[in-house]
Write a new protein. Structure first.
Lengths: 112, 116
């Protein structure tokens, strides 16, 4: 059973560009979560999605960030007009029920 | 609101020594508790979890943790560490309310360094 897949693993963008991060949950998992890990900090919750629905986006910045989990395909975290402060590791996790989350390897975003 | 405090940001130990990584939490509702390990430039791997039942939980790689409700603690222990245990360890908590989802609140992490 493959684990949570994230791609790309590393992403470099220049200020003002868009970043798209993809997450494929474990087979049979319908709950997806995104977390951000800033340098030298712990992980902070961003958003929780189920298929075609955003359940909790209380951790998402109000501007430039959006997330989706379509009926078909991976979950996408989209960051528009990136700034240097967006440089971080972005982790996706999935769960079958609402208890145990399994994490992907992360996407490390660098904004030049 | 929930919060998690990992009392030590860095824990250096010698190989084969015992180790305890401390974690305290605060929450107004019942919680699930987790420990994750992160090796450099990798994702988080689940070490162990407490959902219900016995308060002593055994995990992978010889680690165990004890849930203490009265002290709101979930300390991680290993009787004898190896060089390969060097990593960052995160304690996390989530609500036991299924309808609200189970977003995790993490501590700031403890860097465990095992020296020869």
């Amino acid at each position: 059973n493959a684990g949570v897949m994230q791609n790309p693993r590393h992403l470099v963008r220049r200020r003002g560009q868009e970043a798209r991060l993809r997450c494929s949950p474990m087979k049979g998992h319908s709950h997806v979560y995104w977390y951000r890990q800033l340098p030298e900090e712990g992980l902070k919750f961003m958003v929780y999605l189920q298929k075609e629905n955003i359940i909790d986006e209380s951790g998402m910045p109000k501007e430039r960030f959006s997330a989706e989990f379509p009926k078909e395909g991976p979950s996408i975290l989209r960051i528009q007009q990136v700034v240097r402060g967006d440089s971080a590791a972005y982790f996706c996790a999935s769960s079958k029920y609402t208890d145990t989350q399994y994490f992907g390897p992360g996407t490390r975003l660098t904004v030049l | 609101a929930q919060s998690v405090t990992q009392l030590d940001s860095q824990v250096p130990v010698f190989e084969e020594a015992p180790v305890e990584l401390r974690c305290n939490y605060s929450s107004s509702v019942s919680v699930y508790l987790f420990w994750y390990v992160q090796y450099p430039n990798q994702g988080l791997q689940l070490l162990l979890k407490y959902l219900s039942g016995s308060t002593l939980v055994k995990g992978i790689n010889g680690f165990e943790a004890e849930f203490n409700k009265s002290q709101t603690s979930f300390h991680l222990r290993k009787p004898s560490v190896h060089i390969s245990d060097t990593a960052e360890y995160f304690c996390a908590v989530s609500d036991r309310i299924e309808t609200s989802g189970s977003r995790l609140t993490f501590g700031e992490g403890t860097q465990l360094t095992v020296n020869p």
